[in-house]
Design a protein around this ligand. Sequence first.
Ligand SMILES: [Zn+2]
Length: 91
Amino acid sequence: MISSWITGTDSSGNTHTARIVTRGNDERYVECDSCDYQRRVSWSARDTAESHLWNAHDASGFHRRLAAGPFVVAGIALLVMFFFLAKSHMI
Ligand SMILES: [Zn+2]
């Protein structure tokens, strides 16, 4: 499951993206889209991703993008819950 993306831009204007992926036994990996870089990380996955983009691809101006899926589902569930709560109070 992809938990987030780190995106940076190099001096030529190319965008490089590194993914932070969680697999099975809570193992986290940093994978680069621009090359074959793949590394298992135990902590500071974001730092690892940024330093790879910085060192290997001369990229800077990093942006972090979270995988929105779980948050959207949680938000909708919360809205539905509030709707039913409000409804039951009106009766
Ligand atoms: Zn790379």
